[in-house]
Design a protein around this ligand. Structure first.
Ligand code: NDP
Length: 449
């Protein structure tokens, strides 16, 4: 395994997040490889870390002043053993090939856990949507799709949203795809309701994450009611995580964006949450505006120099990181556990560093890793694809109840796989093993392709 990791690092130096994601899966699947010696001969590890296809392209676009800009577009089609490629698009200045590969790699196992037939992919661009006009966003999305359209399709690769890509961007991307292909199909998910979207898709990642947390707490005869919860982020996943926690009687005291966070000791209730939704989704403002309206809250600007994030220093029962990768570092994990946290449930992708995860598991904290806990989003994307194929729309109750069933099943699958391989109670081992076994067995069935 050490040799294998060295090979991965040497082959693609500088892709730290990808190496981190691969190393975590490798650690977990050691017993699977030992039990199945034929996997070595078939080089399943070498095959699973190598994307089936990487597409990188230039996206030139013009701003409102007539100035031309050039961004880099990506789509990493990682693995299609169990279905067409599926995974979101991220528009953020930090996007590079290593980040795309880490997200696509995680997506393979996550999609496998959902019980639906979807392969793994991820895409995006280093384009920064902040401060851009609607017209600039539209021109960028059109430029991006002008290349991407030839690589995707409803039975080939079905992108969705992620950081910086919401319903507005999906609309512009879909419009350009439709024009170029002369075809109205379910090629993207996260569409608006009146032209092919699914009810509960916007809510799905956050709601699913909270359903997963409730399942974890139930294993200790506990529930979310009355629990104080820390949430990072204030985008799609954070908003609906907060909403579902409130539905289940929990108390939310923090939200953040990349500039800082708010702590409201009186709790962010549903009226305050509606204010945040309007602020972030419609006015596209900063979270510090919250304190102008609700004076019970305190705003703390982000400090890049600190080795910890003060948001995670507040005492709470549960913690839902919903912003970005590696946002909970070793010192944050120390602070959270010293303050009595009982549960960490990841809405964002890989938000905890390996050192933080070790602290959670050493101290017996319930820890729901992202590839299991935030799989509700892609699961409902899969349900959107099913509805598009049938040209039907299911009512919200039906989609929500399917989402609940899927999250319950993912939770049980993780526990069963962990138990089978001698790691009882480890959601990390369970998620990695269950996701891996299904994909690898499909790869072997399909021969050397
Ligand atoms: P949004 O763009 O809607 O929101 C992202 C939030 O995180 C914003 O509040 C943003 O602040 C903050 N943020 C982004 N980057 C950073 C950073 N580097 N440091 C601090 N804060 C940051 O994205 P989503 O809510 O969709 O995605 C959040 C996380 O959830 C990501 O990890 C994503 O991969 C994951 N995820 C999303 C799914 C989905 O269905 N949308 C599905 C599964 C996982 P600001 O407004 O300042 O940019």
């Amino acid at each position: 395994m050490d040799d294998f990791m060295t090979m991965v690092r040497e082959k693609d130096p500088g892709e730290e997040e990808f190496h981190q994601a691969v190393e975590e899966v490798l650690e977990s699947v050691k017993p699977v490889i030992e039990r199945n010696p034929e996997y070595r001969r078939a080089a399943v590890l070498e095959r699973i870390v190598e994307p089936e296809r990487v597409i990188q392209f230039r996206v030139p676009w013009m701003d409102d002043e007539g100035q031309v800009h050039v961004n880099r577009g990506f789509r990493v089609e990682m693995n299609s053993a169990i279905g067409p490629y599926k995974g979101g698009l991220r528009f953020h200045p930090s996007v590079n090939l290593g980040i795309m590969k880490f997200l696509a790699f995680e997506q393979v196992f996550k999609n496998s856990l959902t019980t639906l037939g979807m392969g793994g992919a991820k895409g995006g661009s280093d384009f920064n949507p902040k401060g851009k006009s609607d017209n600039e966003i539209m021109r960028f999305c059109q430029g991006y799709m002008t290349e991407l359209f030839r690589h995707i399709g409803p039975n080939t690769d079905i992108p969705a949203g992620d950081i910086g890509v919401g319903t507005r961007e999906i609309g512009y991307l879909f419009g350009m795809y439709k024009k170029l292909k002369n075809e109205f199909s379910g090629v993207l998910t996260g569409k608006s309701l009146n032209w092919g979207g699914s009810l509960i898709r916007p809510e799905a990642t956050g709601y699913g994450c909270v359903y997963f947390a409730a399942e974890m707490l139930a294993t200790r005869n506990d529930k979310l009611e009355g629990k104080t919860c820390l949430i990072s982020g204030s985008g799609n996943v954070a908003q609906y995580t907060a909403e579902k926690i409130l539905h289940l009687g929990g108390r939310v005291v923090t939200l953040s964006d990349s500039y800082g966070y708010i702590y409201d000791e009186q709790g962010i209730d549903s009226e305050k949450l509606e204010f945040v939704k309007e602020l972030k989704n419609i006015k596209r403002g900063r979270i510090d505006r919250y304190t102008e309206k609700y004076t019970s809250a305190v705003y703390t600007p982000a400090d890049q120099i600190l080795d910890h994030n003060p948001l995670w220093g507040h005492g709470a029962d549960c913690c839902f990181p919903c912003a970005t990768e590696n946002e909970i570092q070793r010192q944050d994990a120390e602070n959270l556990t010293n303050n009595g946290v009982q549960l960490i449930c990841e809405g964002a992708n890989m938000p905890s560093t390996p050192e933080a995860v070790d602290i959670f598991s050493d101290r017996g904290i319930l820890y729901g890793p992202s590839k299991a806990a935030n799989a509700g989003g892609v699961a409902v994307s899969g349900l959107e694809m099913a509805q598009n194929s049938m040209r039907l729309n299911w009512p919200a109750e039906e989609v929500n109840s399917r989402l609940k069933i899927i999250m319950k099943s993912i939770h049980q699958t993780c526990l069963d796989a962990a138990e089978e391989y001698g790691e009882a109670g480890s959601y990390v081992a369970g998620a990695n093993i269950a996701g891996f076994v299904k994909v690898v067995s499909a790869m072997l069935d399909q021969g050397l392709v």
